[in-house]
Write a protein that binds this ligand. Structure first.
Ligand SMILES: [Zn+2]
Length: 912
């Protein structure tokens, strides 16, 4: 007979078990030997950035997704969890550039495009292996045979196909637009990649020249040398007479032609109520220029410097130019006001550099173009429609509104990025003989690549493969926004476009798409989730997933963001090594609710480790006491006859049936924390503290063996999606060498009578608990036996049968008397539970006068304490001014103390 070791050591077991699982092939649904009609259940893993190391946020995501996959696998689904990594263009390039600068003091331009990309790949080989290895440590049951990478050959084909298809239908177009430009990263940023930081800044009010009729205000004086209009509100009595007029003059030495235009958007109360319009450097102004046919003058270039043609300003940085403008305004007495104001500075989410809005030739995805393949609707309209008609549901539901609001305000998506690492835009421009061109792979080393592109794009070729006469063409130097490839993640990983023939899905795409749930962080709802929906609607004509489960952030135990510099971060690998993966998973599942941030500290993980150990010890106790290691797993479906069962037996079976039902419902409703809490409560409280204690007293051992193997075996199944390692180990040691991972989920007996057994047993529990509490209250020594008199009224016949349990379950009773009713017993503690009267005579057990004196003193001090809190709460200014949390805390204190006082008075009365 095998015997379980005394203590569970996660370290050794976890590696061995994961290897066994992986070798079994069961992570791949094709190997599950399921019936033809088994339903698919698919999750694609949100691909971690290839440069990432596993952090607790990933761990939490992996724990949730693995729970869902394991649960569905045990429930007979064709469960597929598809792994992969993201090349994360900008992020990766930044990391490698930084490394290059630190280690070799070189920039990417020193290396050139080709050499630089070689460096990137070298670096990625290492980091990719790290994140994938760490993912395995979390116990993730991912189908590694289908592993994908957003930048591998298959995905490159998918991206080029998508681009070409979208281009052909006019969804992708090239246009000049104001983009968010980071002068440091030398790249455009999507609106949601721009961050806003509150800052103090100078606000200048001035006139362009002496006799210009209107004063304007700005925080960016340097851009004013590119103004071509002044906008005023057409209702503004001060200015409306000027609308339509044109003025010419010289501003700080730069000649300007300013037209006065009317625009209802202009706020009459802000500044002077007039707005200097700089079309080339503001989104709002760009639109005004389009509406009013204004000239567009570019002032600032891609390096954040002033363009040629602006006299003394040319070549200065924007900041220097701003200072010079102010100096000149002062010198010529044009500056009317200079004040400090609060405003929001737009910065790059990668490097914190201030963003310059710049006009630039870029590639865009149109979200408003009506498409035949979408039934005449646009990508935006269709993506809103699928949320509104609940084809895609959001958990928690509040994110549906956020998604729809965001979608409704969505502008065309700028998809080109001026970096080197990433999917190269599949567009080629015909070379023009008369001009000299740098070979395509060196193009990027020219900062002026934008310019060269503009000179050669007379004839363009767009395609999945390069043009045949490649020597006559030069490829667009830009790469695609990383969300373009990750937006295709649900279907590119399932073989699109090869698995999509004549508008029909085949192979994996037919079997596993749309996926069932996308589980990801709420912070990328707009960046990623929305784009996945649009791209899937375009490419496959269907939603990418049915449910979107959004998790919060993992914070430290004080609710602070974990950060390396603050030293409050927890490295998942460290805590896995110290406490085991199961404990780490549990601490990320229990207390974790959708859409809300989660606090985790080592103390919590240690607590979960104790729970894992408890499960081990319970199993070990059951094994050694009942020799259950020789049972057949089929015994897990059958139960002993009802007649030989005690109340406790019927209770634990009813409780377990109820647990199975509730845990199943909770998992299906994405309430993982609640499911975990119920499992914990059952394991620790119902099973260990009550049933196992009772089993030491009751001697129907044949039935007990059958029940305990049934409960334990099925309990391991319920726990498995939460803590897969320890449950698999226990299962294989105690039951069978077949994998727990693929054994069927416990059955729910829907006919089971739940009422009577639960109700009676809870009365018994309450009586026993009351007696235990009396012992505690009077500080009765554990060795001291007590006498108990119970007037049971109509519960007499039931309670009489339970005398044995009442006397033996840690109540320390040596004499128990049970009657239907009787006289009041003096100098005894008195308690009433569900009309059952309980007396514990205390005459011979405690020193009554001393106890009375102690109680009297405690009553007095409690009364004083209550008076103090009441006074505080009667104080209006405290209640009105203190934070609600503080007031509530005081109220809670008051209630607790009042309850304590009531009990103390009762004890006093009982024994006096
Ligand atoms: Zn940047």
């Amino acid at each position: 007979m095998k015997e379980l070791s005394k203590a569970y050591s996660p370290g050794e077991n976890e590696t061995t078990i994961y290897e066994k699982w992986e070798e079994s092939g069961y992570f791949n649904p094709d190997n599950l030997n399921l019936p033809e009609d088994a339903k698919p259940y698919t999750i694609v893993l949100p691909p971690p950035n290839i440069t990432d190391k596993l952090h607790l946020g990933h761990s939490s995501m992996l724990a949730i997704e693995d729970l869902l996959i394991r649960y569905h696998r045990m429930n007979g689904y064709r469960a597929l969890w598809l792994p992969g990594t993201d090349h994360a263009a900008i992020a990766t390039q930044n990391v490698v550039e930084k490394k290059l600068l630190e280690e070799e003091k070189k920039t990417r331009h020193d290396l050139g495009r080709e050499k630089f990309l070689e460096k990137v790949w070298e670096f990625l080989d290492e980091t990719q292996a790290t994140i994938l290895k760490q993912t395995r440590r979390m116990g993730a049951s991912l189908d590694w045979s289908r592993e994908a990478f957003t930048f591998d050959e298959q995905r490159q084909k998918a991206v080029a196909t998508m681009f070409t298809d979208m281009y052909k239908e006019g969804v992708i177009y090239q246009g000049e637009r104001i983009v968010n430009w980071c002068p440091r990263c030398h790249s455009t940023l999507a609106d949601d990649e721009v961050e806003h930081q509150d800052q103090k800044t100078m606000f200048y009010t001035f006139r362009y020249w002496k006799d210009f009729p209107i004063s304007i205000s700005t925080t960016r004086p340097e851009t004013k040398i590119g103004d071509t209009a002044v906008a005023v509100n057409p209702k503004d009595e001060r200015y409306k007479k000027f609308i339509g007029q044109e003025f010419e003059g010289e501003f700080c030495g730069v000649p300007l032609k300013i037209k006065i235009i009317g625009d209802r958007e202009v706020d009459m109360d802000f500044g002077t109520g007039a707005l200097g319009v700089t079309p080339a450097h503001s989104m709002v102004d760009w639109k005004m220029a389009e509406n009013n046919d204004l000239e567009i003058k570019k002032v600032i270039d891609e390096d954040g410097k002033i363009h040629d043609g602006f006299g003394k300003f040319s070549g200065l940085t924007a900041k220097e130019a701003g200072k010079l403008v102010v100096k000149k305004l002062k010198a010529s007495d044009l500056l009317e006001k200079e004040e400090e104001i609060d405003n929001a500075l737009s910065t790059c989410y990668r490097c914190d550099t201030a963003i310059e809005p710049l006009p630039s030739k870029q590639w865009f995805v149109s979200v408003d173009k009506k498409l035949e393949r979408l039934g005449g609707k646009s990508l935006k309209e269709k993506a809103i429609e699928v949320a509104k008609n609940k084809e895609v549901s959001f958990i928690p539901n509040r994110f549906e509104k956020q998604y729809i609001d965001w979608m409704e305000n969505l502008h065309d998506w700028c998809i080109s990025r001026q970096i080197w690492f990433g999917h190269r835009i599949p567009v080629w421009y015909r070379k023009v003989e008369s001009r000299k061109f740098t070979p395509s792979n060196d193009l990027g080393s020219k900062v002026e690549s934008q310019e060269s592109k503009l000179k050669i794009n007379d004839e363009i070729y767009v395609g999945i493969e390069p043009p045949k006469d490649i020597e006559n063409w030069t490829q667009d130097p830009d790469v695609l926004d990383t969300w373009f490839s990750s937006g295709m993640w649900t279907f590119s990983t399932l073989g699109w476009p090869d698995n999509f023939k004549d508008g029909k899905k085949i192979g994996d795409l037919a079997e596993f798409h749309p996926t069932q749930v996308l589980e990801t962080g709420y912070e990328i709802l707009t960046l990623w989730v929305s784009r996945m929906i649009m791209m899937s609607l375009f490419a496959v004509g269907e939603i990418p997933f049915e449910d979107v489960y959004l998790h919060g952030m993992v914070l430290d135990e004080n609710g602070k963001k974990m950060s390396k510099s603050k030293g409050n971060g927890i490295d998942p690998i460290d805590v896995i090594e110290e406490f085991g993966t199961d404990a780490v998973r549990l601490s990320l599942l229990i207390g974790n609710t959708p859409g809300n941030n989660l606090r985790v500290g080592e103390e919590k993980i240690a607590g979960m480790r104790n729970l894992v150990n408890k499960l081990w010890n319970i199993s070990r106790y059951i094994e050694t006491t009942y020799q259950i290691s020789e049972v057949d797993k089929s015994d897990l479906d059958t139960l002993p006859d009802d007649e030989n069962l005690t109340l406790a037996d019927r209770w634990i079976l009813t409780k377990f049936n109820e647990l199975t039902l509730k845990v199943t419902q909770d998992i299906q409703g994405y309430r993982f924390s609640e499911a975990g809490e119920k499992l914990k409560e059952f394991t620790w409280n119902d099973l260990a503290d009550w049933y196992l204690e009772i089993s030491k007293t009751e001697n129907n051992s044949e039935e007990k063996t059958a029940i305990l193997q049934f409960v334990l075996g099925n309990l391991l199944k319920l726990w498995h999606p939460f803590i897969p390692f320890v449950t698999e180990k226990l299962w294989q040691e105690l039951f069978t060498s077949d994998f727990l991972m693929i054994s069927p989920w416990p059955k729910i007996d829907s006919d089971k009578q739940t009422g009577e057994a639960l109700k009676n047993f809870s009365l018994l529990q309450n009586v026993i608990t009351a007696i235990r509490n009396i012992r505690t209250q009077y500080k009765i020594a554990p060795k001291q036996k007590i006498e108990v008199v119970i007037y049971a009224h109509d519960k007499l016949s039931f309670l009489e049968k339970q005398t044995e349990l009442i006397s033996n379950l840690k109540t320390g009773i040596d004499k128990i008397t049970m009657k239907e009713s009787g006289d009041k017993i003096s100098r005894a503690h008195y308690e009433i539970i569900d009309e059952v009267e309980i007396y514990v005579p205390l005459q011979d057990i405690i020193d009554i006068p001393t106890e009375l004196k102690r109680l009297e003193e405690e009553i007095k001090s409690t009364e004083n304490f209550i008076a103090g809190i009441s006074k505080k709460l009667d104080n209006k200014s405290f209640v009105e001014n203190a934070p609600e949390m503080v007031v509530n805390k005081e109220k809670e204190k008051l209630a607790t103390q009042e309850n304590k006082l009531k009990n103390l008075k009762k004890y006093f009365e009982n024994i006096s």
